[in-house]
Design a binder for this molecule. Structure first.
Ligand code: GLN
Length: 483
């Protein structure tokens, strides 16, 4: 049962082949068996999951509910979950029990989806390897010496190891696509504003976007169908109708024009990763698509611009964790300043502190124009590059990550090398566009992900393009040995 897709499980539940309670019990057993090795979950909500499963079974028996009623998934531990610890991977929130559900969680609850637990992540979603988590690193099920990517590494590892058929993630600079690529699963970061950020703990508000991770594009479509939509509680939520993502999955792609940006295939791209990406593009040609070389001239500026904008926003967002209102408080503070400084000093890890300091510096009087304003100007140029590209092509393709999964500990002491993990994903966040990662093979025994970037609100097209590839290939059906 555990290696079935959400679509298959949904059909099984509808046909009465098994109950949600049976399915949930089977997955909880797997989590129990494998989480000690993988560390994919911070919290497992077994009792709540079984109660939700029984309620879902009753709903189905009464002829109610929808396609995902009774389907279990996991939530990245950045989404607030009522009555359940919501840690964001930080000591700062180790004692935080959320008093409400994020909109995304609320929507899944209403659809009868069962929550198995909360997945591990880089602290406050800052990282590309899930090694900055207060709860320790996650291991990649394809190779236990390797990182799963980050920051949604727990979600990616849980899905890849078949501990959950799907999971939520968030992507500020690549945190859905890069771990999806490194773990050989399918992930979608929607257009900025497509999915509500309400109750999703903020890292960099102008970049953060929630999305879905699963084993196939078809499953991601099912999850996005529930997550997407306008939310009056999120002022940046887009008032755009939500299309039927499943309806266009099988659309013909013979009229598709794919753009290959030369900046995504240059120096820094691992040769074996490049080969797998080229094979995938060749498959698209076989499916009838046209391929065109394009350029995104400002793409090389994405990382430096991001590492001004994201820390600037994080320094402001994380100011709320002061030891007063919620979160960690140091023992026996001497006075107010001591309370602030020791609570923050002890509650945050070093990567988070590095970014708060960079952000506070970049925003300070005298430096604001030189750094923050400049970065925002570059952001505009990057968006313009994409706008121009989409007048010529329908989608843009390239690697999701320049390398396959690296080893635990390999980059953790070298932040700049770590930052380069997102060299192909970050521009998409700066522009607010949707992007996917789809498994297209292996290099050095570790998975490779193809990135597919679309125009604003083109999620249906991306899912269609990914699905057609998955109809013609079986990379997405592979399960790591031992799981
Ligand atoms: N790795 C990038 C960072 O560290 C992106 C993280 C993310 O998308 N949340 O900021």
């Amino acid at each position: 049962m555990h290696d079935k897709t959400i679509a298959q499980l949904s059909a099984g539940l509808a046909a009465g082949k098994f109950s949600s309670a049976e399915l949930v019990r089977a997955l909880l057993e797997r989590i129990e068996r494998f989480n000690g090795t993988l560390n994919a979950f911070i919290t497992v909500t077994a009792d709540q999951a079984l109660a939700q499963a029984q309620a879902a079974d009753q709903r189905r028996a009464a002829g109610q509910g929808g396609p995902l009623t009774g389907i279990p998934i996991a939530h990245k531990d950045i989404f607030c979950t009522l009555g359940v610890k919501t840690s964001c991977g930080s000591r700062m929130l180790d004692n935080f029990i959320a008093p409400y559900n994020a909109t995304v969680v609320e929507k899944f609850d209403a659809a009868g989806v069962v929550m198995l637990g909360k997945t591990n992540l880089d602290e406050f979603a800052m990282g590309s390897s899930t090694e900055t988590s207060y709860y320790g690193p996650v291991r990649n099920p394809w190779d236990l010496d390797a990182v799963p990517g980050g920051s949604s590494g727990g979600s990616a590892a849980a899905v890849a190891a078949c501990l959950a058929p799907g999971a939520t993630g968030t992507d500020t600079g690549g945190s859905i696509r890069q771990p999806a690529a490194l773990c050989g699963i399918t992930g979608l970061k929607p257009t900025y504003g497509r999915v509500s950020r309400w109750g999703m703990i903020a890292y960099a508000s102008s970049l953060d976007q929630g999305g879905a991770m699963a084993r196939s594009a078809e499953d991601v479509a099912l999850l996005l169908q529930i997550m997407a939509g306008f939310d009056p509680r999120d002022s940046t939520s887009a008032e755009q109708p939500v299309p039927d993502y499943g309806a266009s999955l099988n659309d013909d792609i013979r009229d598709l024009t794919i753009g290959l940006p030369k900046e995504y295939f240059g120096e820094g791209l691992d040769a074996d990763v490049a080969r797998a990406i080229e094979d995938a593009i060749a498959e698209y040609r076989k499916l009838g698509a046209t391929v065109k070389d394009i350029s995104l001239p400002n793409a090389p500026l994405a990382i430096p611009a991001y590492y001004v904008i994201a820390p600037a926003e994080c320094s402001s967002n994380l100011a709320r964790f002061d030891g007063v209102r919620y979160g960690y408080r140091c023992a026996e503070p001497q006075d107010l300043l001591d309370l602030y400084t020791r609570s923050r000093g002890e509650g945050f890890g070093s990567e988070v502190k590095r970014r708060i300091m960079i952000g506070a510096y970049a925003l300070s009087a005298g430096y604001y124009d030189a750094y923050y304003l400049k970065a925002q100007q570059i952001r505009r140029l990057i968006s313009e590059d994409f706008r121009k590209a989409f007048t010529e092509v329908d989608v843009i393709m390239g690697p999701s990550s320049p390398t396959v999964a690296f080893n635990l500990g390999e980059k953790v002491d070298d932040p700049v090398t770590m930052y380069l993990s997102d060299i192909y994903t970050i521009a998409v966040n700066l522009a607010g566009l949707p992007g996917m990662s789809v498994p297209v093979g292996f290099a050095k025994g570790r998975p490779v992900g193809l990135q597919i970037i679309g125009d604003y609100f083109a999620e249906a097209r991306l899912l269609n393009v990914a699905h057609r590839y998955q109809q013609a290939s079986d990379w997405h059906t592979r399960v790591p040995a031992g799981f």
